[in-house]
Structures are given as C-alpha cells and as structure tokens.
Design a protein around this ligand. Structure first.
Ligand SMILES: Cc1cc2nc3c(=O)[nH]c(=O)nc-3n(C[C@H](O)[C@H](O)[C@H](O)COP(=O)(O)OP(=O)(O)OC[C@H]3O[C@@H](n4cnc5c(N)ncnc54)[C@H](O)[C@@H]3O)c2cc1C
Length: 396
C-alpha cells in the first residue's frame, strides 16, 4: 500500500476513534484506564494500524518505514492511550522477532500487538543498573526447565504485565558477560511478587519485582542459554531507538506545539524571550526527529543502527531536559502548582531526569558513543571482563 494511502487510512481511523490533541494537550486530564488502553490497542490492531513493519504471519502489517513515518506524523495530532504497550512493542517484541523461535513468535507476537498481553523488561537490579552484566538474579537447571530466584528493580509496568523478558545468571563460573540467559517469564506465576515504587509525581510507574522459585520451561529461553548478553544488546538497541528516535509529537506536553499553545493561553507568545525559546525548541525537536529518520531509513537500506542508537537516546533525553528548562521559563513559577493547562508539562518536567536514566543513563550512552562510534579507549570498568563472575567482589 503506498504511504499516502496508508496515511489517509490512519487519519480517517484516528479521527473516528482517538481523542484529538487540540485543546486537550495541557489540561492534564487525559488518564485512560488500562481497560480503555487495551480496548483501544485492540481496535487499532484490528484496523491494520499496529505492528506496521512486523511480518504478516505474526499479526503485523508487513509494511515499510514510510508507512511508520506516515502513521507517526498523523498520530501526533491525537492523544493515544497506548502507554502500556510501549515496552512490549518497543523491546521484547522486536527481540523475539529477531532471536525467538517460530513457536515463540506465533505464541507471543499476535497478543502483544492486539494488546491482549502486556510485557515488561526485567534487566535492572539493585546492584546492576548501568552495569547490567553484574546481575545476580540466578536460574538453575531442573528436570522440567529452570528455577529463577532473585530481585529486579525499576521494572516499568510490571504491575499490569502478563509476561516479562528477564535476564538471569545461569553460569556463575564464567566471566560476567558470558553466563547470562534471557527468559520469557510468566508474571502471574505465584512466585512473582510486584511492589510499586512511588515517584515525585505521585504515580508508581515502576516496581520492585521478587522471584522466589519461579519455574520457567526449557522453551522459555530467548536466543541461546548463556548467550543472554547478546540478546540484551539486541533489546537495549531497540530500547534506545524506541526512546530516542521517535518523531516530533504535537501531543508531547514538553514539545514545541504544546508549549506554544500554553504561551498563547497565558499571553506570552509574543514575548521575544519566549519566541526565541520556542524557535530553539522547534529546531532541536526537528533535528532529533531528522536523526531518528536517518537511522531508520539507513537500517532499512542495510546499515544497522548499532551503537548510534545510543546517540539517538542521548539526544532525546537531552532534548527533554532542555525542554523542561524552556517550559519553566515560558510558564513561569505557576508551573509548580501542578494545576491548570500546564499541569501535564509540569508532570513531564518531573519525569525528564528519569528519562535521562531509563534505558541507560546519559553517561553510559556517552561511553558507548565514545567507544563504539568514535573508537576512543574503553571505560576502565571493563577491566574485569575476563574474571569468572563467582570470583568478582560484588555487593550483595
Ligand atoms: C523511568 C525509568 C524507567 C525504568 N524502567 C526500567 C525497566 O522497565 N526495566 C529495567 O530493567 N530497568 C528500568 N529502569 C532502570 C534503568 O535502566 C537504570 O536506572 C539505569 O540503567 C541506571 O542504573 P542505576 O539506576 O542502577 O544507576 P547506577 O548504575 O547506579 O548509576 C548511578 C550514576 O552513576 C553513573 N555511572 C554508572 N556507571 C558509570 C560509568 N561506567 N561511567 C560514567 N558514569 C557512570 C550513572 O550515569 C548514574 O548517574 C528504569 C529507570 C527509570 C529512571
């Protein structure tokens, strides 16, 4: 289907089924329930608008990047209640499509796309955030499969997830990057305990997750046993691209369109300082979106995104922090009230530092860009890459 035809189809459908951005962007009242989100994702998928580039045999649309760009451009005029699906469709989904077995793809990809099953990503631990390879959650082999014990933290959406992609240590006698395996874990298993963590906005977007004798079958491995680091690299690459290389969104509360609307509402849109800030924000957003597009188009032409995904993630996070400062200047001190039209922007300001940490902090992205894109010397932290994990001195 030509991209223009797809754009018209998407616009027609969204106009009928989604809430328009105009007038709603800054009122802070758009808080869809999980039930509403699930119903919306299901109808989006049934309309042929979910999984645009994913293969048809697993429920995707089998289309190209032009159609994704067309959809994103059209969708940015609407408030879509698709938040609960961002992780599954951005990270475990593409990883299973790349490394999973035929059975895993057939079983998990269609309900992921239809919104019937929600996924989370279980990488970070209390002592293994930036340094994921130091993770201590373990799995031992049993007659039936594997038995997982340990703790994860900062797991976004675990409270409503059906499945998780978890990284665990399956061989402690080899160096830390070598003895890790990625599994599909059923979040409804009785040995899984999810405890919410409340943040400054009052929300609990992420959780601590405890695993006590959680059994997973042999066919739950994503990729190969003890090759989980390679699977993690695939997933983190997808995560960084998902977070950083999206398009400009008119419905982003810290985006140019939303802040310009607020400035117009409070009567500062003609102020020279505000106009400069807005123009600068527009230029930055456009540059980040253009970079994302270059990466995606290059990938389709056979030039994998690789470590440049870290540059995209870094650029997106820096843009969020810059836009937070701009929003404070544009709205003034009233933004601290967390009420009225600027409430949504204010909440995003509170979230922006978290975005600069989620998916790997800005410092870690800079290290990756330095080492793998620019070819600079390795971080000294990599010195113990050859020591067996069980001989490392790690805090418990
Ligand atoms: C909003 C949000 C959502 C998240 N969702 C998930 C999720 O769904 N699943 C999941 O698994 N995790 C999730 N995380 C966790 C996230 O991946 C980690 O917070 C992140 O990787 C950093 O790890 P840490 O918090 O342990 O910090 P640490 O690794 O302890 O880092 C602390 C500080 O030290 C710096 N630092 C560490 N190592 C280096 C180094 N080598 N060089 C320079 N500086 C360094 C860091 O940049 C940081 O400033 C989420 C985090 C946030 C904020």
């Amino acid at each position: 289907m030509p991209a223009d035809e797809f754009r018209t189809k998407a616009l027609t459908w969204l106009t009928e089924h989604a809430r328009p951005f105009a007038g709603e962007s800054a009122d802070g009242n758009f808080a869809p329930s999980l039930k509403e989100s699930k119903a919306f994702q299901k109808s989006l998928w049934e309309a042929g608008l979910a999984g645009i580039t994913w293969p048809k045999e697993y429920g995707g649309q089998g289309l190209g990047e032009d159609e994704v760009i067309a959809f994103n451009e059209v969708a940015s005029d609407f408030l879509l209640p698709t938040g609960p699906f961002v992780i599954g469709l951005g990270m475990p989904g593409p990883t299973i499509l790349e490394l999973g077995t035929e059975e895993q793809k057939k079983r998990h990809i269609p309900p992921m796309l239809s919104g019937d099953e929600i996924w989370c990503q279980l990488f970070s631990e209390p002592n293994g955030g930036s340094d994921v390879a130091s993770l201590q959650t373990s799995a031992v082999r049993t007659e039936m499969g594997w038995l997982i014990n340990g703790q994860k933290v900062w797991t976004s959406g675990a409270q409503f997830s059906d499945f998780g992609a978890i990284l665990v240590r399956t061989d402690p006698t080899v160096p830390r990057h070598s003895g890790i395996t990625m599994f599909i874990v059923d979040m409804h298993h009785p040995g899984v305990t999810v405890r919410p963590l409340v943040v400054a906005t009052g929300d609990a977007p992420f959780n601590e997750v405890y695993f006590d004798d959680v059994e997973v079958p042999l066919d739950a491995v994503i990729g190969e046993v003890n090759q989980g680091w390679a699977a993690a690299v695939v997933m983190l690459r997808n995560e960084r691209v998902t977070i950083g290389a999206g398009g400009r969104s008119r419905s982003n509360p810290l985006g140019y369109d939303a802040l310009r609307e607020i400035a117009a509402d409070i009567g500062t849109a003609d102020d020279t300082g505000v106009r400069r800030r807005l123009a600068n924000l527009y230029a930055r957003e456009t540059a980040v979106a253009a970079f994302g597009r270059v990466l995606h188009e290059g990938a389709l032409a056979g030039n994998p995104i690789g470590a440049r995904g870290s540059a995209a993630k870094l650029a997106g996070a820096e843009l969020g922090l810059w836009a937070s400062d701009a929003a404070e200047d544009i709205v003034g001190q009233d933004i601290a009230l967390l009420t009225g039209k600027s409430a949504k922007a204010a909440r995003m300001i509170l979230r922006a530092p978290g975005s600069a940490t989620a998916g790997g902090s800005n410092e870690i992205q800079r290290n990756i860009v330095a080492e793998r894109v620019l070819g600079l010397p390795k971080d000294p932290g990599a010195a113990d890459r050859k020591t067996p994990f069980n001989q490392l001195k790690l805090s418990k």
